[in-house]
Design a protein around this ligand. Structure first.
Ligand SMILES: [Fe+2]
Ligand SMILES: [Fe+2]
Length: 455
């Protein structure tokens, strides 16, 4: 067997520009968006041009959230790009996910000067036919109900392509029938002497520790699913969904490893393309490539800077609204009716927007490096949160901004210890450790790593 090499992207969220992404209602919507909207077609085109010419591999994997929000026209536009990629000689394998369809009664949306529009949406049942040529057609096994399949990627490596929105009870989990099918496929792979890798939109391991307390950030029943996969011989899984960039590892009680390589969306900071090589001796070499600049008036900014600024503006707008429009910010969390807390939110917003990091440190009797003192707290917070999504987080020991954060956590620890919060797998959350390890990376390099899958 030769090395298997492929490129992987995720969460392209293609939006067909003709549907409309402009006007006052659009601008209002974009105040709190981490990902691009109007620009997605241009970013996708530039990434696909890169992939067409990229000559280190002729396989491309795409890990779900193909359309912006399930618009039929967006799927059709995205499929055109997929066909062009195939015509350029690439084999393309996709899975669909939560943003690729709408249930009965839910609308897609677009915007123009007249306000919010409701373009035609896509039903889940339509996705198999729409994406038949990009995985299902050449699969060696298909579970149509669960939109999952197995493909022979190379002589020696199989792809287990999974989807979690077809469970019989309507929740985002692998139901019993699906698990049975997965186990049949992993057994076949073992019997045939094949390495099996997987692709699932939802992260199987929390991308960052803080995501372990957010149910929508991780695959349901992730603990039992990851144990099952690793013990069945699947040691490498590629995921997306949270638009963050990370690599995490778990070792089961039986001593089997599972690596979850979660890749950032191409249309949101930190927009990345993965390049992967799997070797016959069960090693995986993971590299990250920045998405190229795209055809858009970015005011002279690179793609990276443009998306990084968009991320910061989401945080800064939220902090601004805390001070000036608490109703709007609370409505984001479904708490707009809690009018009694408006004054506290306003006050907190006023302080956060005005005070410097040095000012906070003085109030809390925390030592602060002089390089950090003049930074406005709101800018510090925006960078801290962005750094969690970007991976290889630098708010840790040895970095002046990280030193301040850890001292701040130490000061807060008595309060953190009193907060009774459970992780998605039902364990007591240790908030000090969760926050420390989310702000600073102490584990595997999230961008470039060599993973020993079984050793
Ligand atoms: Fe997404
Ligand atoms: Fe998603």
């Amino acid at each position: 067997m030769e090395d298997l090499k492929f490129y992987l992207i995720t969460d392209p969220h293609y939006f067909e520009p003709a549907l409309g992404a402009r006007g006052a209602a659009y601008d209002e919507f974009m105040r709190f968006e981490q990902k691009c909207f109007a620009e997605t077609a241009a970013i996708n085109r530039s990434v696909f041009e890169y992939l067409k010419k990229a000559d280190k591999a002729d396989i491309v994997l795409i890990a779900g959230d193909l359309s912006f929000n399930g618009e039929k026209e967006s799927h059709l536009g995205f499929i055109k790009l997929l066909r062009e990629l195939q015509a350029a000689g690439k084999k393309v394998y996709v899975i669909t996910a939560d943003h690729d369809f709408k249930n009965e009664g839910d609308d897609c949306f677009a915007f123009d000067e007249s306000g919010r529009l409701t373009p035609e949406s896509t039903r889940r049942e339509e996705l198999y036919d729409l994406y038949y040529d990009f995985g299902f057609k050449d699969a060696i096994a298909v579970d149509r109900q669960h939109l999952s399949y197995v493909s022979q990627l190379s002589d020696g490596v199989r792809l287990l392509a999974l989807n979690n929105d077809g469970a019989s009870d309507g929740t985002r989990r692998f139901d019993e029938e699906h698990i049975k099918w997965i186990k049949e496929q992993t057994k076949k792979a073992r019997d045939d002497g094949q390495i099996m890798i997987a692709m699932n939109h939802y992260p199987l391991l929390p991308g960052q520790p803080i995501f372990s307390v957010i149910p929508s950030a991780v695959q349901r029943e992730s603990d039992s699913v990851t144990t099952m996969l690793a013990d069945e011989g699947v040691h490498l899984v590629f995921t997306g969904h949270m638009h963050n960039h990370s690599i995490n590892e778990k070792i089961t009680e039986k001593g089997n490893k599972l690596y979850d390589v979660c890749t950032g969306s191409i249309i949101a900071d930190p927009a990345m393309i993965r390049f992967v090589a799997v070797t016959p001796d069960h090693m995986a070499v993971i590299k990250s490539i920045e998405t190229p600049d795209f055809d858009w008036d970015t005011g002279g900014k690179s793609c990276k800077q443009y998306l990084s600024d968009l991320f910061d503006s989401m945080i800064l707008n939220m902090l601004d609204d805390m001070q000036h429009n608490p109703e709007r910010v609370l409505s984001r969390f479904g708490a707009e009716d809690k009018k009694s807390i408006y004054p506290f939110v306003k006050l907190a917003g006023k302080i956060v927007n005005k005070i410097t990091v040095g000012g906070v440190c003085r109030l809390l009797w925390i030592k602060c490096d002089k390089s950090v003192k003049p930074i406005l707290l709101k800018d510090y917070v925006a960078e801290l949160v962005r750094n969690v999504f970007e991976g290889n987080q630098h708010f840790r020991e040895g970095n002046p901004k990280g030193e301040v954060f850890i001292r701040f956590l130490n000061r807060l620890d008595p309060i953190l210890k009193k907060i009774n919060l459970k992780t998605v797998d039902g364990k007591q959350a240790d908030l000090f450790e969760i926050l420390k390890h989310s702000a600073g990376n102490y584990g595997i390099d999230d961008y470039n790593a060599i993973l020993d899958l079984i050793g």
